[in-house]
Ligand binder design. Structure first.
Ligand SMILES: NC(=O)c1ccc[n+]([C@@H]2O[C@H](COP(=O)([O-])OP(=O)(O)OC[C@H]3O[C@@H](n4cnc5c(N)ncnc54)[C@H](OP(=O)(O)O)[C@@H]3O)[C@@H](O)[C@H]2O)c1
Length: 311
């Protein structure tokens, strides 16, 4: 089968679409004929080896972790799926999804693709919606609070804004001027143009006592201290990256790792299919152009919504 392959750790320029063996589903595994696969920032990090201590990969490495397609075959002891079923899945990049076929274990990381949800949007929602839900879970219950979302118009941010606003939180969202209407449509009460203003200063103007929480999807480590300044005493900073456990004036930090829990992917897919939640696919590439897709994505050419490769 054809797949986007990294022969070794190294620059994105080494990526090539080439033939690799088609994966064979083992016991309790599902073979998916991929129709669409979404790109995530982690894909590029795994190729260059930036995360090899945490997430080592074997080479040749097939890139990608989110996909939607149709079940091609099932391994022994698969009970809930059969050939022909439309699905969406998170493979945790073993094996990759930017390929004609991939496999996933039957369980919480695979769901049925609801009618009305096309393969591109289905692939686009997988890691983003699951992570956005984990972020909003980390904010805890309590409608009426104010949360600043930095990185609101990207994949995770778009779901964070939607889920937080639907949970009753007042969302201040960063967005470029061209994306301001998009951020408001997602549920932002206020939009901060981070390209023209200081995000923290503007957040403190909008919430003079400090926001109850900051969700920072952009900064990591020491840079997070700057974002924590926007938080009221004893408030919370939530990040999908890494950083200190605590900041001045008792601001605590929660570092979220995407979790794949039973039923969650199915429920999120159904909410997108019914229009309760939305996911925007801003760019689509053919598999033959997947090296260009990942290079342009990593270079920041597409910063709103999701980039998808169709197979
Ligand atoms: N821990 C986990 O399990 C987990 C899971 C998924 C993702 N992540 C990580 O979470 C981060 C976000 O992921 P993603 O998929 O949402 O990425 P993404 O789709 O690339 O979105 C990033 C967003 O940040 C915005 N941005 C960049 N610089 C900014 C700034 N200075 N101020 C405000 N906004 C800025 C970008 O848009 P503009 O520049 O146009 O505003 C873009 O919308 C990534 O680092 C990813 O690796 C972690």
């Amino acid at each position: 089968m054809k797949a986007l392959v990294a022969p070794s750790y190294g620059p994105l320029e080494q990526l090539v679409v080439t033939d690799v063996p088609t994966p064979v589903p083992g016991p309790r595994e599902i073979l998916i004929r991929v129709e669409a696969a979404a790109l995530n920032p982690l894909d590029a990090a795994l190729v260059v080896g930036a995360m090899r201590d945490v997430f080592p990969v074997a080479h040749p490495f097939v890139v990608g972790m989110d996909a939607s397609g149709v079940v091609a075959a099932v391994g022994a002891d698969v009970t809930g799926y059969a050939a022909g079923d439309p699905v969406l899945a998170h493979t945790h990049f073993h094996p990759g999804t930017l390929a004609e076929y991939t496999t996933v274990a039957e369980g919480p990381a695979v769901a049925r693709r609801p009618a009305g949800l096309d393969p591109a949007r289905a692939a686009a929602l997988v890691s983003t919606a699951l992570t956005g839900e984990c972020v909003v879970d980390a904010l805890g219950p309590g409608a009426g609070r104010t949360v600043l979302v930095i990185g609101a118009t990207g994949g995770v941010g778009s779901f964070t804004v939607q889920l937080a606003s639907r949970a009753g939180l007042r969302v201040l969202a960063t967005a470029r001027p061209d994306d301001a209407a998009y951020a408001r449509a997602l549920g932002a009460a206020e939009v901060i143009d981070h390209t023209a203003t200081d995000t923290v200063r503007e957040a403190l103007r909008l919430a003079p006592q400090g926001v109850d929480a900051v969700v920072d999807l952009v900064n990591r480590d020491r840079a997070l201290a700057g974002s924590a300044v926007a938080v009221r005493p004893a408030g919370r900073l939530v990040s999908t990256l890494t950083g200190p456990d605590e900041f001045p004036v008792g601001v605590g930090a929660t570092y979220v790792r995407m979790a794949v829990r039973e039923g969650r992917l199915q429920a999120l897919a159904e909410r997108v299919a019914t229009g309760d939640l939305t996911v925007e696919v801003t760019a689509t590439y053919a598999l033959a152009d997947a090296p260009k897709a990942l290079a342009e994505f990593a270079a920041g050419r597409h910063t709103r919504g999701k980039v998808v490769v169709t197979v």
